[in-house]
Design a protein around this ligand. Structure first.
Ligand code: 26Q
Length: 819
């Protein structure tokens, strides 16, 4: 079939299912229930209905999936490959039916069967194959790639246990395994035919022909498991291909027969261990061998798959970069650079220089952090033991790189050693960021400030050597999930006001600007926010027993718990506010709900302590009649994509208060502003660009700039002086450190507070006065409801640029050279 014929076919498919007959759909759902699940309608449990609904919509998805795949094949178009160790995709049912434009039809069909669509959506497991921002970005990008009709594959790992489930026990975080596959996964297709051998360890020998042969001493099989990714309006369905592991030699019969049953199955256990868990840390890599094994396992399988596809379609290996663009989501897949080199040189017989040229034209690398301790590096002996051939390739790349660097003007020994792929200071380590940088034609940051700082700090010397390589791609979020699906009320209101254009082009949200001062529009906008807040309150009442007043200002900070994100600054300001309300009950306080949510890495002591502190502060404040109705605090457990979908539409105030220069971008900031929250934030990450797009008067900016933070650090910052100069800050810290919030264990927060007084690495004290002032500015604005509403509407109108469609459009044009 020609590409045109296939496209015509897609269109006829569209026409074919315009039979929006709920009864016919209900019949199909029943058919699935009976014939594929084996349940009678009367015996069906909610999970059976969920599976039946998924299988029904999946049938329609599959048709489009095949059409998309065939169209790409026929056209020979270049494909985009997004390699990521994390895909935080969340639930898929609503996404699929909404993107197919069939939400109403499914709702009606299920009603005919006495089933509530919203109820079955709620029991779909939340696929949490990621930690936070980086993983969710990968999921938004997959959706936008399909929506923009770009042929793309996501590659990752099918973790059996994704991100842990968080329970709060007596205020402490407890981590429980998340069993998202407990009821099976109706969205996925195992592709046993797409399997690759992944080797570890062993030896490398030169052969007589001068070629090199690697004989691994361990082999594991990677098997593809595919999930369809439906684009907006269902025009394209792409593939998320996650690798699972199988023992190459699953059961050693000799051992089994000799009675060593456990030993016989050891290979299978070793393989399964590889894909068992997602590493639950979003920074500070611990350097575990298992993590490097995971990285190589999925990189090797993905690169083998990409090369196989290229060759199978009759292409010359030398044209790989014309048909494939591979994007590395941070350094986690950086070993892919060496893996592609290995395949090109050892398996396809290319010369090193030619292979290197193709490799660099094929890869792009996205950096998500500047924190030096968060940059991945592997001890050289470990890397060499696990991947001896890759070690040789890294040496060869390094030799070439350093030769080039030495020839460049103005490179001294310091610069050369900073550029080197091997860190020689102390224990020798391989710098994965340098490998990714050297092996890519494009290296991008995720917000303008972050990209600028990349040039000035971590990559300063590599940037001098390759001044055209670093570029910026400010992050975005998919407006389908983060506006249309999570906030149908607001979506309908916007449609009424400005028509449907914004559904296909988020920049059209700007058409809302004429409505900002419109009193009737404002009323309806506010009523929707109020209803979303009531729904969230109801939910939190059910899951944690708190009562939150929907008429109070909902002030939310939801994100991973990290010291640089400064939840502690928010809590200390909350304590200071609590004090003030108690001391001045006569003033007109704005009723506030302080809502926190987020997970702490299991090994991150201070982050876990901050969760406990939040809960301790919440307990005391919520029980104090003196502030009743004026201030309440809640920590919502188990923050994940599904909970975020409930919180974003219900927030009035978005806390984006990281120490300037430390948050690469942030994307929660975008979700909240798009749903009509005002931002209180520092000039960090994408906050700066949010200010540019919504207007400086409709965002509250406070605190030091990144330059000022750096200057203060260099000057010798003395937090104790700042703290003593600000009685309300001092008072709040003292209360916490003397056990006012932890009477049963008065010393619980001594060290945490001592850290603030002694070094305060995250400059919380330095920013406290302007932060507190910013919060009072928020209070003043809230007391002018018309002004507040206008400002939040202007935020929605200004957020179109932060659609991941815009971001992906820029990647496609500037980095991948795809249409
Ligand atoms: C690395 C090695 C070993 C174990 C874990 C890791 C690891 C895992 C996850 C390191 C980092 C992460 C995740 C980082 C992350 O989420 N970064 C965020 O990326 C967002 C998308 O670009 C940005 O908006 C955030 O600013 C950034 O913090």
């Amino acid at each position: 079939m020609t590409a045109e014929a296939i496209l015509a076919n897609t269109r006829s498919l569209d026409a074919a299912d315009t039979t929006r007959d709920p009864q016919a759909l209900a019949d199909r759902i029943i058919d699935c229930l009976v014939h594929r699940i084996g349940k009678d309608q009367r015996a069906a449990k909610p999970h059976d209905w969920l599976t039946a609904a998924v299988l029904t919509v999946r049938d329609d998805v599959i048709e489009r999936w095949m059409t998309s795949t065939r169209a790409t094949q026929a056209s020979g178009a270049k494909r985009v490959y997004y390699l990521s160790l994390e895909f935080l995709i969340g639930r898929l049912l609503r996404d699929a039916i909404a993107n197919l434009g069939r939400a109403e039809e499914f709702d009606a069909a299920l009603k005919l069967l006495g089933v509530d669509l919203a109820m079955i959506e709620e029991i779909e497991p939340d696929a949490a194959l990621g930690n936070g921002g980086l993983g969710r970005l990968a999921a938004c990008f997959m959706e936008s790639l399909a929506s923009l009709n770009l042929p793309a594959y996501g590659y990752g790992i099918r973790y059996v246990n994704g991100m842990f489930r968080q329970r709060i026990d007596d205020g402490w975080q407890v981590e429980l395994p998340e069993t998202w596959l407990a009821h099976g996964n109706p969205w996925e297709f195992e592709r046993r035919e797409s399997a690759y051998i992944i080797g570890f360890g062993g030896e490398v020998v030169g052969t007589e022909t001068g070629a090199v042969e690697w004989t691994p001493d361990e082999k594991i099989e990677a098997v593809a498991v595919d999930t369809p990714v439906v684009g907006w309006r269902g025009e394209r369905v792409n593939t998320l291909r996650l690798w699972t592991a199988r023992a190459f030699d699953p059961i050693r019969l000799d051992a089994f027969n000799a009675g060593d049953h456990a030993g016989a199955l050891a290979n299978q256990v070793r393989a399964e261990t590889l894909v068992r868990v997602l590493y639950p840390a979003d920074s500070s890599p611990a350097g575990h061998e298992l993590r490097l094994r995971q990285e190589y396992f999925f990189s090797s399988a993905s690169i083998q798959d990409i090369v196989r596809r290229h060759v199978q379609y009759g292409n010359d290996i030398r044209t790989l970069h014309e048909k494939a663009a591979i994007q590395l989501n941070d350094t986690h897949p950086a070993v892919s650079v060496a893996e592609l080199m290995r395949l090109l040189v050892d398996h396809h017989g290319l010369g090193f220089d030619e292979a290197w040229d193709i490799t660099r034209k094929t890869f792009g690398y996205t950096n998500h952090t500047l924190l030096p301790e968060a940059l991945e590096s592997w001890p050289l002996p470990l890397f060499e033991r696990l991947l001896p051939r890759h070690m040789q390739i890294v040496y060869a790349i390094n030799a070439r790189l350093l030769k080039e660097a030495r020839r460049a003007p103005g490179m001294d020994d310091r610069a050369i050693s900073a550029i080197s792929l091997i860190d020689e200071g102390g224990e020798r380590r391989i710098r994965m960021a340098n490998l990714a940088f050297a092996g890519s034609h494009s290296v991008n940051g995720v917000a303008a400030l972050h990209t600028e700082l990349m040039k000035q700090t971590v990559f300063a010397d590599l940037h001098r050597l390759y001044p055209d390589r670093i570029n910026n791609k400010t992050n975005g979020i998919t407006p389908r999930r983060w506006l249309q699906q999570c906030n149908p009320g607001l979506t309908d209101l916007i449609r009424e006001a400005i028509g449907d254009g914004f559904l296909d082009d988020a920049s059209r949200l700007a058409d809302l600007r004429p409505f900002t001062e419109d009193a009737a529009f404002q009323e309806r906008f506010a009523a929707i926010k109020r209803a979303n807040k009531a729904a969230l309150s109801q939910h939190l009442r059910e899951v944690m027993g708190v009562r939150l007043d929907p008429d109070a200002l909902f002030d939310v900070q939801v994100k991973r718990i990290h010291e640089y994100k400064r939840q502690l600054l928010n809590i200390i300001e909350t304590v200071a506010l609590y004090d003030q309300i108690r001391n001045h009950p006569e003033r007109d306080w704005v009723p506030r709900v302080k809502l926190f949510a987020g997970k702490a890495a299991s090994s991150y002591h201070n982050a876990k302590l901050i969760i406990k502190l939040t809960n301790d502060v919440a307990r005391k404040i919520n029980a104090d009649p003196a502030v009743h109705g004026l201030l309440s605090v809640a920590f919502a457990p188990n923050y994940n994509v599904s909970l975020a979908e409930k919180i974003m539409p219900a927030a009035d105030l978005s806390e984006q208060i990281s120490t300037a220069g430390m948050e690469a971008s942030g994307t929660g900031n975008m979700k909240l502003a798009l749903n009509g929250a005002l931002t209180i934030g520092t000039l960090d990450g994408a906050n700066i660009e949010i200010r540019d797009h919504v207007g400086a008067k409709d965002i509250v900016i406070f605190g030091l700039t990144a330059d000022e933070v750096a200057a203060k650090r260099a000057d010798g910052y003395r937090p104790s002086e700042v703290i003593e100069a600000h009685p309300d800050l001092n008072q709040a810290i003292s209360a916490i450190e003397t056990g006012v919030f932890s009477p049963g264990e008065p010393d619980r927060y001594r060290d945490l507070m001592a850290g603030l007084r002694e070094h305060d690495w995250f400059m919380l004290a330095a920013d406290f006065p302007s932060y507190a002032e910013g919060q009072r500015e928020i209070d003043r604005r809230w007391t002018d409801p018309a002004g507040w509403r206008a400002a939040t509407i202007r935020n929605v109108a200004g957020m179109g640029w932060f659609s991941s469609d815009r971001t992906i459009g820029e990647y496609a044009h500037d980095i991948w050279s795809v249409r």
